[in-house]
Design a protein around this ligand. Structure first.
Ligand code: FES
Length: 136
């Protein structure tokens, strides 16, 4: 695996929350999150609710999870950690945008041709007084 695509140590991927990272999609930067399924497998999704797609699931300190599902704090949508499918809420039936990752040598690597790894955390600026990004 290419060290430039190493996102995090496997041990740093939480079961009860998410780890935020930034990817580049062409000229655009996007946020994504790592989390674990109930079976301990690692999944990554773009960090945007499927109800209002500019609302972030992880606002920088980890998304909430409830009974193994990711929670959108804005209107309470739940997303299955293993598939990204919304199981409850205003976007029920929609699916989070999956980002392909691979586990090797104790690390998690970006393995998605559609993205380049940028950094752990967010490289974007947000107006902390609202849920929404500044729209850059
Ligand atoms: S914005 Fe996520 S449930 Fe409405």
């Amino acid at each position: 695996m290419d060290e430039d695509s190493r996102i995090a140590d496997l041990d740093d991927v939480p079961t009860d929350s998410t780890l935020l990272f930034t990817v580049r999609d062409g000229f655009d930067e996007r946020e994504a999150v790592l989390t674990r399924t109930e079976d301990g497998e690692v999944r990554a999704y773009e960090n945007y609710c499927q109800h209002w797609t500019d609302v972030r699931l992880d606002k920088g300190s980890g998304a909430e999870k409830r009974d193994g599902e990711l929670v959108c704090g804005t209107h309470g949508a739940l997303f299955a950690a293993d598939t990204g499918a919304c199981t409850y809420g205003p976007c029920e039936g929609a699916v989070l945008q999956r980002v392909e990752v691979a586990v090797a040598d104790g690390g998690v690597y970006l393995a998605d041709d559609g993205y380049e790894f940028v950094e752990v955390g967010s490289s974007m600026e947000y107006d902390l007084s609202s849920d929404r990004s500044l729209g850059f």
